[in-house]
Design a protein around this ligand. Sequence first.
Ligand SMILES: Cc1cc2nc3c(=O)[nH]c(=O)nc-3n(C[C@H](O)[C@H](O)[C@H](O)COP(=O)(O)OP(=O)(O)OC[C@H]3O[C@@H](n4cnc5c(N)ncnc54)[C@H](O)[C@@H]3O)c2cc1C
Ligand code: SF4
Length: 534
Amino acid sequence: MTTEHYDVIIIGTGAGGGTLAHKLAPSGKRILLLERGGYLPREPENWDSREVFINDRYLSGEVWYDQDGDAFRPHQQYFVGGNTKFYGAVLFRLRERDFGEVRHYGGLSPAWPISYQDLEPYYAAAEQLYLVHGQAGEDPTEPPRSGPFPYPQVSHEPRIQQLSDDFEKTGHRPFHLPVGVDLNESDPEAGRCVRCDRFDGFPCLTDGKADAHVRCVRPALRHDNVTLVTHAKAERLVTDGRGRSVTEVVVDRRGARETYSGDIVVVSCGAVNSAALLLKSANDQHPNGLANASDVVGRHYMAHINSGVIAISQTPNPTKFQKTLGINDYYWGAADSELPLGHIQMLGKSDRNILRGGAPWFAPGLALDYIAKHAIDFWITTEDLPHPANRVTVDRRGRIHLAKTYHNLEPHQRLLAKLKELMGGLGCHDAAIPAWSILDQRIPLAGVAHQSGTVRFGDDPKTSALNVDCRAHDVDNLYVVDTSFFPSSSAVNPALTAMANALRVGDHLLERLGAHVTAASRAASDGRLQEVDR
Ligand SMILES: Cc1cc2nc3c(=O)[nH]c(=O)nc-3n(C[C@H](O)[C@H](O)[C@H](O)COP(=O)(O)OP(=O)(O)OC[C@H]3O[C@@H](n4cnc5c(N)ncnc54)[C@H](O)[C@@H]3O)c2cc1C
Ligand code: SF4
């Protein structure tokens, strides 16, 4: 068996890996992308809520185990583009203060080894790459920006505009969510998005959602020096005798063993799978798992404390594209709370199947159609804190175990109470079902959409697995660029930070490889790709 050699191997094609591939593609270096999934089929079922939410058509079907050893099916999907194929594309920058130490009800959120200013230019570039639409200056917690959003905000539909006006009347500062979407409201012919109600949790049939496959992997593959191998699950990383460098990536490709080697190996499998891969790669030089002299690999698993909240309004809600409004007035606290509570945003519009998919949330017999027609759907997020006992481990049979106890629940309860109070004041009751005027459900362990933190970066090799460049402290040619590098989770959605960081690490790798991507070659490449893309 021969081992193919590349300059760079990137394992995983989601927000981190896909973005890095796009950054490195014009360098001319030989780049290999390994992806355990295939291409997500484009089919009518992409937009069928029964298929997506009840029949779990696109879930991996794999089984993980909780801290009591009970099996559960994680909401994981493995396709080219990773979880961004399904994401809501709300693309936030972390707040400036999120990069420092922050005190919460449940303990301390640690500081990052880089500042907001270090990442700002990369946030700007990632917003450009992922077509982020927004309106600077509205969000009261927005960090300083070097320029406006690359595209204008996505407008509210009438019911959401009314909600926004109502929030303003109560002294809140609602803002347009930053959304990554190929939409041009002044010229509908110019964008792929048809502004439908299948956005959050569904793949997009028209390629209108700015996901890592459409925006990064597909254009990267138009470069002859970039290769993608699908259905290639990285099983193990092998090192040289001293354990200082990865020499081989061992892959299971539809049951067959293949090996690849690269001068640089970048792991970007998502926070749970990246930790699992490093742990499974233990050897004599790395007995606790690869790059794990610190014993932090797998630890500090964070997932955000999230709840879906349905407010049932007296007025019907015919909104299609609902993910346009956010509230950050409670992000850092409230009149009755010195400590942070979190973030509120709209969810994609629910229908009866989406609501039923949330069972046992709903008692049987409730009029789901009625509720769906009147529902205004929210998603609330509180910062999850990194705790060493919350961790990914792998057993002797290679099975993934996920231990998780939440330590910051009080602010989440307070935030929920704030939203309920607000919605009650805005006429969101219904005489026929008074007890159900506001329904909420915490996202369970299986909801791993916002996973992060398991291979944290930092200055100190004793307390972090990666250095500031996201290179393993212990292994010279090994990098990690998915959300596992996060030392803290903030309370805003994670993907843009993974994308921006991948661009930052990309600059470091280009320098290390002695590769030059001049502004001109990047612009020429991007121009050519956009032409082909449309
Ligand atoms: C329904 C949903 C809605 C979301 N909405 C938002 C949102 O609005 N805004 C936001 O910021 N975030 C959102 N997220 C989260 C966002 O999608 C993730 O934060 C982001 O995709 C993480 O990027 P990543 O690179 O860490 O991992 P992923 O994007 O998950 O990429 C990991 C990749 O690695 C591959 N892989 C895994 N293991 C292996 C292996 N052993 N070998 C080879 N390949 C492997 C996977 O198939 C995948 O392609 C949402 C997620 C979901 C599921
Ligand atoms: S709203 Fe636009 S981007 Fe989202 S799924 Fe519909 S067409 Fe695609």
